[in-house]
Each structure stands twice: as C-alpha cells, then as structure tokens.
Design a protein around this ligand. Structure first.
Ligand SMILES: NC(=O)c1ccc[n+]([C@@H]2O[C@H](COP(=O)([O-])OP(=O)(O)OC[C@H]3O[C@@H](n4cnc5c(N)ncnc54)[C@H](O)[C@@H]3O)[C@@H](O)[C@H]2O)c1
Length: 250
C-alpha cells in the first residue's frame, strides 16, 4: 500500500476517534485499536480506509497481534498514536494496588508495549510515535495518584524513545491534553472539577476532541520533521499559568 498508515489505540471514541478521522481526511489509512469490541465494530463500519483491531494494549500477545494484523493489511506503519487510556480518581489512601495496576497497565505498560512492538516497522518508514499523556502528568493535583503518575511516566518514556530512536529517523513526541468532554473525563469530573478547570484555564473552557487531534496528527506527520522528544500541552494555557487567574480576570 502506498498510502501512509497510522495505528491509533483507543480509537473507538473520544480523542482517538477524532484523531482517526483527521488522519483519514489527510489521506492516511488507520488501524483502529480498541478493546471495546462493540463500539469499535460500530465506528469501523461507518468508515472507509480503516482496519478494526480488537485488542487490549496492556496484553503483550494482543500487542504482537496488533502489529501483525496492521502489517498484513497495510504493509507499513508510519505512525503510532498511543492514546488508549483509563482514568480513576480517588484519595491517595484509597488507591489499592489493584486500582494502581489497572491504571498503570493501560496508561504506561500499554505505551511501552505498543512502542516496542512497532519499533522495527517505524524504523523502516522513519515514522513517528505520539503518546497521549495529560496535564495531570505535568502538574500534580488531588485524587490522581495513579492517573497523574502514569501520565508523568508517559511524558518521560517519550523522551527515552526520542533519545534512542532518533538515530534511526524515528521521532517520539507527547501531547498533554487539558480537559476534553469525553466519556473518560465525564466519568471522573464532578461539576466542582468542571468549574475549577474553567477558572484555571486562560481560555476558560474545555478543549474539543478535534483540537487535540490537530496537534496529534501534526506531531505524527512530516510537518513536524524536526520536532523530537517534546511534550506539548494542548490545554488552553492551563500548564503555563500560576495561581490567582480568576481574580485577575475579574
Ligand atoms: N478527556 C480528557 O479530558 C483527557 C484529558 C487528558 C488526557 N486524556 C487522555 O487522552 C486519551 C484519550 O482519552 P478520551 O478522553 O478520548 O477517553 P475515552 O474513554 O473516550 O476513550 C478511550 C478509549 O480507549 C479504550 N481503551 C482503554 N483501555 C484500553 C486498552 N487497555 N486497550 C485498548 N483500548 C483501550 C477505551 O475502550 C476507549 O474507547 C487517554 O489516554 C486519556 O488519559 C484525556
């Protein structure tokens, strides 16, 4: 296949689905990976130029199969977007080891496994890895001991890959989204959290899936050919500002 091919994990909905659609608009094929089989089949049936890959990124056998199925279909992998993620919020002392592992196995182990499994194919295309972290990995805040720590590790893992894979022409970058109204965030954002985010974000609103997709596809494409090892906060200005913003706005 002469067209470029991206693997997008967690593609059945939310940011991963919007990223899939922007890749398609730009002429890429997309292997859509998700463990939510029902939702994945539905969205795959509605799209051309995609392959549904019903796999769990935290399972090494599944990840090996994901790469084989993609290569059998497209013959190449030009970009890997490690987007699949889970969020569980709760106080530090209530985060039992099972919860901790459930968050880490998808958010961190999954990124490690998928990146490693795609490395040979990415070397062939001089392709790119784009990892999806979070502002919760850039700044600590309440209730996110597992989630925030997993995302901070993803930002660093990105730099490890950039450092070692650069000599093969493979770039690795990271997007740290601010809040976006998706199933993931709405399950853990109370009204108080939503209000607090509005106050703390200079743009004074949540982002959209499409706004995240724009940054992700840019970092996956040759348009960012000299950008490597970076963490880009796509967050309406949250990360760059300090205390006192709402008072100053008034
Ligand atoms: N929505 C936000 O506010 C927000 C903010 C910061 C970061 N993020 C990050 O963006 C990414 C996408 O989030 P979203 O809001 O679109 O979430 P979402 O819940 O809408 O979509 C995530 C998708 O990933 C899939 N998934 C989860 N674990 C998986 C696994 N082990 N294997 C395969 N598929 C799996 C789910 O089935 C789901 O379809 C996540 O990494 C998330 O942590 C989101």
């Amino acid at each position: 296949m002469s067209q470029k091919c991206a693997i997008v994990t967690g593609a059945a909905r939310g940011i991963g689905l919007a990223t899939t659609d922007l890749f398609r608009e730009e002429g890429w094929h997309v292997a859509m990976v998700d463990r939510d089989v029902e939702e994945l089949r539905k969205v795959v049936a509605e799209r051309d130029g995609v392959l549904g890959v019903e796999r769990d990124v935290s399972n090494p056998q599944d990840v090996g199969a994901m790469v084989r199925e993609t290569l059998d279909w497209a013959g190449r992998i030009d970009a890997l977007v490690n987007n699949a993620g889970v969020a569980e919020f709760g106080p530090v002392q209530d985060c039992d080891f099972t919860t901790w592992r459930r968050v880490m196995e998808t958010n961190l182990d999954g990124v490690f496994l998928c990146s490693q499994a795609c490395t040979d194919a990415l070397k062939e295309t001089r392709g790119a890895i784009v990892n999806i972290a979070s502002i919760s990995g850039l700044r600590a805040s309440t209730l996110r001991v597992a989630y925030g720590t997993s995302k901070a590790a993803v930002a660093h893992l990105t730099k490890q890959h950039a450092a070692e894979l650069g000599e093969f022409g493979v770039r690795a970058n990271c997007v740290a989204p601010g809040p976006v109204k998706t199933k993931l965030s709405m399950a853990v954002h109370s009204q108080a959290i939503i209000d607090a985010y509005h106050d703390a974000i200079p743009l004074n609103r949540y982002g959209s899936e499409r706004e995240l997709a724009e940054a992700i596809v840019f970092l996956a494409s040759p348009r960012s050919s000299y950008v490597n090892g970076q963490v880009l906060a796509v967050d309406g200005g949250f990360e760059s500002t300090g205390v006192g913003l709402p008072a100053l706005r008034d």
